[in-house]
Design a protein around this ligand. Structure first.
Ligand SMILES: NC(=O)c1ccc[n+]([C@@H]2O[C@H](COP(=O)([O-])OP(=O)(O)OC[C@H]3O[C@@H](n4cnc5c(N)ncnc54)[C@H](OP(=O)(O)O)[C@@H]3O)[C@@H](O)[C@H]2O)c1
Length: 277
């Protein structure tokens, strides 16, 4: 039977490859976006979905077998996600894109409360916890413009990141959306190696054939122009990076998908045109 799957963030870095992979696997895919006209993937039905517009939730969920919840980064996410999932049929499989929790969270912290909204929902669930996405390097909202100027400004304090390709996160999520074997599991996913930001810049330089320099800027500089809750979680994320909490390498991608996680060098080769501007 064809599975009907809703992806709440069809334009997001992991949601976009997830809708493509689900369509390739033969699923009936609904690509949720507040801008459905921006979801143009063969075999994917764009649907209007916005965390800000509660009236879009129930129609998006109607008749779905599984939903990929691309976590919304907003202070009220624990409540919003709980109310959204509550509208789904009790048998709906719910897969949440969360983030690595290495180093430990308190139960009252924001990220575990979003996860609790899913695993306390009574629905069959899977949590996917990735580290930093390689796709921040090609995202104009993150590092793309800096890289065009040969700079990678990142307040890492020489800590390492096990960069992961969002295509691999999506592959793990898709497995969980389509296969009940993943129910009740938390998948911690990472890339195949843990790199300092200087090593990251070196991989970019080699792949692009031109110099890219890491600037270990102050956290305050990296937070310039970021306000409100976004600033709070971004500041917390940089603190966690600096404590080494995004350095863990796991073999989850290989275990779940049967293929090794893509390296940063592979990512740079695949996106060299975009990265070169
Ligand atoms: N980025 C990382 O390295 C990382 C690492 C670990 C965990 N996470 C978590 O993963 C979740 C998703 O993060 P993300 O970085 O994948 O989110 P993202 O790419 O910023 O996408 C989130 C949403 O932003 C909207 N959006 C607005 N303008 C856009 C544009 N120009 N291109 C694409 N989307 C646009 C889209 O919603 P509409 O289509 O409705 O506008 C999209 O679903 C978050 O909870 C984040 O904390 C991220």
């Amino acid at each position: 039977m064809t599975a009907t799957v809703l992806v709440t963030g069809a334009r997001a870095k992991t949601g976009a490859p997830a809708v493509r992979q689900l369509a390739a696997a033969g699923a009936d895919v609904r690509g949720g976006s507040s801008d459905p006209g921006g979801v143009r993937v063969p075999g994917v039905t764009p649907v209007r979905f916005s965390w800000d517009k509660e009236e879009t939730w129930a129609p998006s969920l109607d008749g779905v077998d599984a939903v990929f919840v691309v976590r919304p980064d907003r202070a009220d996410a624990p409540d919003v996600v709980a109310r959204f999932v509550e509208l789904s049929h009790p048998d709906t499989r719910v897969v949440l894109l969360s983030e690595t929790a290495q180093g430990g969270y308190g139960p009252d912290d924001w990220a575990p409360r979003v996860e609790a909204a899913v695993h306390d929902s009574g629905r069959p669930w899977t949590i996917v916890r990735p580290g930093w996405f390689m796709q921040v390097l090609t995202d104009p909202r993150f590092f793309l413009d800096d890289l065009a100027q040969g700079r990678l400004p990142f307040p890492s304090g020489d800590a390492r990141l096990a960069w992961i390709d969002a295509r691999d996160i999506a592959a793990v999520a898709v497995a969980a959306l389509l296969d009940p074997a993943h129910e009740g599991l938390t998948h911690v996913v990472s890339g195949p190696e843990s790199l300092t930001l200087a090593e990251t810049a070196a991989v970019l330089s080699a792949g692009l054939g031109r110099p890219v320099r890491h600037d270990d800027v102050d956290v305050d500089v990296a937070l310039t122009g970021i306000d409100g809750f976004d600033r709070e979680i971004t500041e917390d994320t940089y603190a966690r990076v600096r404590r080494g909490e995004f350095a863990e390498v796991t073999d989850t991608v290989q275990q779940v998908t049967g293929a090794p996680a893509r390296s940063l060098a592979q990512f740079v080769a695949d996106h060299a045109d975009v990265l070169r501007g």
